[in-house]
Design a protein around this ligand. Structure first.
Ligand SMILES: [Zn+2]
Length: 264
C-alpha cells in the first residue's frame, strides 16, 4: 500500500471507531439515564438516614459531612483514569467531596433499565447502593479522624512510593469495608483464606485491597470497635514493610490497644 493510502485507511478506521464508540455510549446512556435520575433522587432523600444508621450500628459519630457531587471525579483532563468509570463512587479527601458515578448510579430496586445497563457495563454483581454510601462514608470517617489526630492534617499524607500506595490502599479500603453495615461483609469477602504475606518489593504484586484490607481490619474492629481502630490506623499507617507480615501489624495493634506496650 502507498503511504498516503495507509494514512487514509487509518483515518477511516479512526472515524469508524469513534462512530461506534459514540453509538455505544448513547445506547448505554439511554438505558442508564433513568437509573441515574432515580438513583440520584434516592440518594438525595436517603443519605442522611443511611449515615445515621451506620453511626448507630458502629457506635461512631461523623465529625462532618462531605460535599456530594453526581459527576465523575476528574480533577482535570490530565487526571483522566479509565478505571474511574468502573467505580460506583469515589471520595476526594483533598476537597472533601463524595462523587457518585453517574454511569453506575441506581436505586436499590432491580429494574429492567438497571439490569440492561449493568449487563452492558459487564457488571454482574448486584451492588447495594446503601452499602456504597456506607463504604464511602468509611473513607470520610477516616479522613476526618486523621485531620483531628494527625499534625499533617491529611490522610493518607505523602505517598511517594508505589508500594506505599498499596499499603495505604489496603488500610484505607479495609477501614471503608468495615464501615459497611447493610451488606453481609463476610459473604462479600469469602473465598479468601488467612492474610497473605505480600512481597513489598514487587511492583506487579497487586493484591485486592478490599478483601485483604477487610480481613486485616475486621478482627481489630470486632475487638475494639471502629472508632479506636480508625484512630489507631491513621496514627500508625500500614507501611510497605508491614506488607510482608500483616499478621504482625494486627498483633502489634492489639498489644498497643490493650495497653501492653507503648505506641511506636
Ligand atoms: Zn474505597
Amino acid at each position: 500500500m502507498k503511504p498516503q493510502r495507509l494514512v487514509n485507511g487509518f483515518k477511516w478506521l479512526n472515524i469508524v471507531f469513534l462512530g461506534f464508540a459514540a453509538i455505544c455510549s448513547s445506547l448505554y446512556w439511554s438505558f442508564q439515564y433513568p437509573n441515574y435520575r432515580d438513583g440520584r433522587k434516592y440518594l438525595e432523600n436517603n443519605v442522611q438516614r443511611i449515615v445515621e444508621n451506620q453511626e448507630q450500628k458502629l457506635h461512631i459519630k461523623h465529625a462532618g459531612m462531605p460535599k456530594v457531587s453526581y459527576t465523575l471525579f476528574f480533577p482535570s483532563i490530565l487526571d483522566f483514569r479509565p478505571q474511574a468509570l468502573t467505580y460506583d463512587a469515589e471520595y476526594d479527601w483533598k476537597t472533601n467531596t463524595l462523587y457518585f458515578n453517574p454511569l453506575r448510579i441506581r436505586t436499590p430496586q432491580e429494574t429492567l433499565t438497571n439490569k440492561v445497563a449493568r449487563t452492558m457495563m459487564g457488571i454482574d454483581e448486584d451492588v447495594n447502593i446503601d452499602c456504597v454510601v456506607e463504604h464511602e462514608f468509611g473513607h470520610v470517617y477516616a479522613d476526618f479522624t486523621s485531620e483531628r489526630l494527625r499534625t499533617e492534617n491529611i490522610w493518607p499524607g505523602n505517598i511517594k512510593r508505589f508500594t506505599d500506595n498499596i499499603a495505604y490502599n489496603i488500610a484505607s479500603e479495609g477501614m471503608a469495608e468495615n464501615s459497611v453495615v447493610s451488606c453481609d461483609n463476610d459473604e462479600r469477602h469469602k473465598g479468601f483464606g488467612k492474610l497473605p504475606n505480600l512481597n513489598p518489593s514487587l511492583f506487579d504484586d497487586r493484591p485486592n485491597p478490599y478483601s485483604i484490607g477487610y480481613h486485616l481490619v475486621q478482627p481489630l474492629v470486632k475487638e475494639f470497635g471502629l472508632q479506636r481502630i480508625v484512630e489507631y490506623i491513621v496514627q500508625h499507617p500500614l507501611q510497605r514493610e508491614d506488607l510482608a507480615n500483616l499478621t504482625a501489624y494486627q498483633a502489634q495493634a492489639k498489644r498497643v490497644l490493650n495497653g501492653l506496650i507503648q505506641s511506636r
